[in-house]
Design a protein around this ligand. Structure first.
Ligand SMILES: CC(C)(COP(=O)(O)OP(=O)(O)OC[C@H]1O[C@@H](n2cnc3c(N)ncnc32)[C@H](O)[C@@H]1OP(=O)(O)O)[C@@H](O)C(=O)NCCC(=O)NCCS
Length: 184
């Protein structure tokens, strides 16, 4: 399906990336009213399979994350499609010597997979994130088994820089990661 992105970031400016068509995607800050949509994918174990966090088991803990982490976060956006929040994308800047480098992370609700939304959202984040956070480098760390995410990253123009063996403890298991990056 073709996609048009309308990316409204912090209600300050509008970016459009044209794919030419029927679906509209907006990136905006989270609000508390997003809880039902957020919980739909954040409670899904298929969605969190490759992620560092476990699926939420109740709405109260999901609400706490929304209020304490997502809403005040400097760059964690809701991905909105036809008025529904279908996922999220974040840029997490490092500290000290890593302050010009951010790691990107993203999630799409299962029933919206394979419609081009993940790729459109990542392209939008790469387009605006450097200026928003004054970055020189954006990194993505991906599980080598996460083929859909590898496709999204490669379609978005990030460069594979390495295969990091046994580099992370994920939910009690030592895992490998592919490292991708885009610099400017
Ligand atoms: C990874 C994720 C964000 C992709 O989102 P999406 O909206 O489905 O992405 P897109 O539709 O833009 O692209 C997905 C591509 O992967 C392909 N794909 C999907 N499942 C696949 C699989 N099991 N094996 C190989 N390719 C696969 C799709 O066909 C599509 O490729 P195409 O454009 O060539 O047809 C989504 O699957 C997701 O939220 N997964 C769970 C969370 C996650 O893993 N986040 C990333 C952490 S690094």
């Amino acid at each position: 399906m073709k996609v048009v992105i309308l990316c409204i970031l912090q209600s300050l400016f509008l970016t459009s990336i044209g794919f030419g068509s029927e679906m509209y995607i907006e990136l905006r800050n989270f609000e508390e009213r997003d809880l039902p949509d957020f919980y739909e994918w954040a409670s899904d174990p298929d969605v969190t399979q490759f992620l560092m966090w476990d699926n939420y088991k109740n709405k109260e803990s999901a609400r706490e994350f929304l209020v304490r982490v997502a809403i005040p976060h400097p760059w964690l956006k809701a991905i909105v499609c036809d008025g529904k929040v279908v996922g999220s994308i974040s840029l997490e800047p490092g500290k000290g010597s890593k302050q010009k480098v951010a790691e990107v992370g993203y999630v799409i609700a299962k029933k919206y997979w394979s419609r081009g939304i993940g790729t459109a959202a990542l392209k939008a984040a790469l387009k605006t994130g450097f200026d928003d956070l004054d970055l020189v480098r954006i990194e993505a760390y991906v599980d080598p088994c996460n083929l859909a995410s590898i496709k999204v990253i490669e379609k978005s123009g990030m460069t594979r820089e390495g295969y990091l063996r046994k580099c992370i403890l994920q939910k009690g298991v030592i895992k490998d990661r592919l490292l991708y990056a885009l610099t400017r």
